[in-house]
Design a protein around this ligand. Structure first.
Ligand code: M6R
Length: 357
């Protein structure tokens, strides 16, 4: 039920802090330790490489999951778009573990890879919001997102839940391998939940940004470096699917290799600047596009902000920024679609579960 909300998408955006708290509760035992199926722990520590398979927004969550798993648990990770993997399987390592990320658990592209990898005898873990779903039933193990039903076609709370569960999984694996970490995922998720709440309270500001930057445009670019780049891919997908504005996410450093040719007077460029090591260089990219007439909207993070930034995110751990920086992108997309009279919850040509290949 939508309750007092005009759209499921807005309701689901607002539910994200609650989902974070629910995940903390579900994945923690009485001794404040991570609670996880020991079989999953074993599968994670036994493998020599992880292959994440997913589509759309879940693929974007996988790109962040790779950062968590490689940085915390020291296991190499490849992230693949399901529909490509089926026809173009890479050389596999000796002991692969396949991780399927899917909100619905019904995505046919991902299922077709699961069937193939099961035939090859490789273990599979599904991370899903629907435990009884096909991908969950057919995999060896399941991790539940606990995000509650996601009705809007545009995925929002499932994306942040996927990243939260991947962070917990990565830290659990690191601990099982005896790796010392100075990162408590539950504590960091609690900080994230508060940051999310602070942002969902600023809808007027988000609506204003949508008006200022996106009300009449036909296209929009999202730029970022390092993990901000992956969030830009998700921001662009969100904007495309619900507002029908042509949008692309780009790595800041790639602009000069071609894309900058598309910047004209008034082209909106949304830049994420949440990463200290690349703050200087992404700001350089902003200057480059502004010099060519772009209408730049910089979303930075507390501690890294500069005068003139359009929005400053509350500070969270450097690796957890995607869980908060995506919220303004979700909300700006929502308001852009609303102003253009688009069917926010049911965009044209799209279905919530894509059950055909
Ligand atoms: O249910 P899944 O997570 O497997 O769905 C994958 C994609 O179809 C899905 O994320 C799609 O990209 C969303 N509509 C994006 O908002």
């Amino acid at each position: 039920e939508k309750g007092t909300y005009p759209h499921f998408m807005l309701k689901e955006i607002d539910e994200q802090p609650l989902v974070m708290r629910k995940i903390i509760q579900e994945y923690q035992n009485e001794d404040n330790e991570i609670k996880l199926d020991p079989e999953i722990r074993k599968a994670m520590t036994d493998c020599d490489r992880i292959y994440i398979i997913a589509a759309g927004t879940s693929y974007h969550a996988g790109l962040i999951g790779k950062q968590f798993i490689e940085k915390f648990a020291n296991i190499p990770v490849e992230v693949h778009v399901a529909s490509e993997f089926s026809y173009n399987m890479p050389l596999l390592s000796e002991k692969p573990l396949f991780v399927y990320i899917s909100q619905s658990g019904e995505t046919a592209d991902s299922r077709s890879v699961l069937v193939q990898t099961k035939e090859l005898g490789h273990p599979a873990l599904t991370i899903t919001n629907v435990p009884g779903s096909t991908l969950s039933r057919e995999a060896d193990y399941t991790l539940h997102l606990h995000a509650g039903p996601e009705i809007a076609v545009a995925s929002t709370k499932a994306y942040t839940a996927q990243m939260a569960v991947l962070a917990i999984l990565a830290v659990d694996t690191a601990k099982a391998k005896g790796i010392e970490l100075d990162f408590d995922p539950m504590q960091e998720l609690a900080i994230v939940a508060n940051a999310m709440e602070a942002m969902t309270d600023q809808k007027d500001l988000m609506e204003g940004l949508a008006k200022d930057f996106l009300s009449t445009t036909r296209n929009c670019f999202f730029i970022g470096r390092s993990i901000d780049y992956y969030v830009c891919l998700e921001g662009a997908l969100k904007l495309k699917e619900i507002s029908y504005i042509q949008a692309e996410g780009f790595a800041g450093g790639e602009l000069k290799h071609g894309t900058i040719a598309l910047i004209e007077e008034g082209t909106p460029v949304i830049a994420l600047a949440t990463q200290e090591p690349v703050n200087y260089s992404i700001r350089g990219n902003v200057q480059e596009v502004v010099a060519r007439g772009a209408n730049a909207c910089v979303i930075s993070m507390k501690g890294l902000e500069k005068k003139g930034d359009s929005f400053v995110l509350p500070q969270v751990h450097e690796l957890m920024t995607p869980l908060v920086s995506v919220l303004p992108l979700q909300m700006v997309s929502y308001y852009a679609a609303l102003h253009r009279d688009c069917d926010v919850d049911k965009p044209r040509n799209l279905a919530k579960s894509v059950t055909v290949e």
